[in-house]
Write a protein that binds this ligand. Structure first.
Ligand SMILES: [Zn+2]
Length: 461
């Protein structure tokens, strides 16, 4: 035996004997795996192995089979495996108010319909019911992480954890008496106990959620920031949603909303800003400089006639930009696949330019972009070894899905929420072959229907 052939035999034996296989709970083999890693690699076909809560291998089916010993394999040749979608802005209990209004501006919608309905209808029990239904809808639509702000957020967090979904959940602070607090002092105390309770939870990030610069005083906004920083938590709020809001804040405080917030040092910690429809160029620069994450909510902004956020300018400034549905009372659903489709087409329409934004960029906003906006991109948002196993299988063979064409256009314009087949969060399967594993959807729907009737009966005629 020559020296070279001896070495080759030794190498072959080494390969066969020195690499023990990685143990995994499940391997998913899909027709395509859209990783959303730094190279936006797409594997055709691809395989992803999961052990415990994490991704332990990503590669070709042959490579993963050679290196991983899995208890179970899910074969999905007609499907695309994507990172779980990230809904950067919603109010999940507001599924209670789905289909409640049409034809109202944000201001009229809040003052004449939503605030009165919340006054009579928001209780811990109604919030739980609305949350359960909203979670069922989000899981069915492939959303694995969402950012929320509402009242009785502790109940929202309990239901979210029970459902196995990941959440950045903000207890709302607003400048008038609400269902869970008679004043802002009580609200801040409630928020602090909420933060303490959920600190270091693996699925729930507790946040402070002052409603806006037009509904919360400067003093209380500063207290909200201090509270968030005390617990190293995000502050979640609304900004520049309508022209009327911008004019109102300008008139009252002499500055536009984001500039006003900057003057209060509101961005001296992690911040997630919803909407940002009407920022000035200076305000976009502030958001970029302060690393504020933004949640773009195109359908809600369209339905309330608020406007179209300057998405290309926000992206050009390097802002971490994700997509949100907003609540079901202004959308009227929690379907992120619709937001992806709408976000892409809206920018093309506004600019009268089909190249204004592309499908890949918008799909990125719904995954890794949303994760960045929430400050969670080291854990979620892409399919990479070491990240949490938040995975979604979407696709199938129904008529509307064929032919598929380019994968980015397929995910942005062709796939619907109803094409989501399997959903996993932190390695736990929450939806399999269309069946929810953690929520009794029929019961949740019945409860919300009963609450809605009760709320409508209690409203002044
Ligand atoms: Zn909102």
């Amino acid at each position: 035996m020559t020296l070279v052939s001896t070495l080759l035999v030794a190498l072959a034996l080494g390969c066969a004997t020195s690499q023990p296989k990685t143990a995994a709970d499940v391997v998913i083999v899909a027709g395509r795996v859209v990783t959303m890693d730094a190279k936006t690699a797409v594997l055709e076909p691809g395989a992803v192995a999961v052990a415990g809560t994490k991704i332990v291998a990503v590669g070709s089916p042959a490579d993963v089979a050679a290196s991983v010993d899995a208890k179970r394999t899910i074969d999905a040749p007609d499907s695309v495996l994507i990172p779980g979608l990230v809904n950067v802005h919603t109010h999940v209990p507001m599924t209670l108010f789905r289909g409640f209004t049409d034809g109202l501006s944000l201001e009229a919608w809040l003052q004449t319909k939503i605030f009165p309905a919340e006054k009579v209808g928001v209780t811990p029990e109604s919030v739980r019911a609305g949350t359960r239904l909203g979670l069922a809808e989000m899981i069915r639509g492939g959303t694995t992480t969402y950012c929320d702000m509402y009242y009785f957020e502790d109940a929202v967090a309990e239901e979210t954890k029970r459902a196995g979904v990941r959440g950045v959940l903000g207890e709302t602070v607003i400048g008038f008496p609400v269902a869970d607090a008679p004043d802002t002092d009580a609200s801040l105390a409630l928020t602090e106990s909420f933060m303490k309770h959920w600190h270091d939870d693996p699925l729930i990030v507790a946040a402070v959620a002052p409603h806006s610069t037009y509904t919360v005083s400067a003093d209380v906004l500063k207290k909200c920031r201090a509270l968030a920083n005390k617990y190293d938590a995000p502050l979640v709020t609304h900004f520049c949603e309508t022209r009327a809001e911008v004019a109102d804040v300008q008139k009252r405080f002499g500055k536009t909303p984001i500039a006003y917030a900057e003057s209060l040092d509101l961005f001296s910690g992690r911040t997630v800003a919803a909407h940002v429809v009407h920022p000035t160029a200076d305000e976009i620069a502030i958001l970029a400089k302060r690393h504020v994450g933004v949640g773009h909510c195109p359908q809600s902004n369209m339905k309330l006639g608020s406007g179209a956020a300057p998405v290309p300018a926000l992206l050009k400034a390097g802002i971490a930009l994700g997509l949100g549905t907003d609540g079901a009372a202004s959308n009227d659903d929690l379907d992120l696949f619709e937001e992806i489709d709408t976000a892409a087409k809206l920018q093309k329409l506004v600019a009268l330019d089909p190249t204004a934004i592309d499908a890949k960029t918008v799909f990125s906003m719904a995954t890794i972009g949303g994760a960045r906006a929430l400050g969670l991109d080291s854990k979620i948002g892409s399919i990479e070894v070491g990240k949490e196993a938040d995975l979604v299988l979407v696709g199938g063979t129904r008529a509307g899905l064929v032919p598929r064409g380019d994968v980015w256009g397929f995910l942005a314009y062709i796939v619907k929420a109803s094409d989501v087949q399997t959903v996993m969060v932190a390695g736990h399967i929450l939806l399999e072959r269309g069946v929810l594993t953690t929520i009794d959807e029929s019961a949740a729907a019945r409860e919300v229907t009963a609450w809605r009737a009760k709320i409508e009966a209690a409203l002044p005629k």
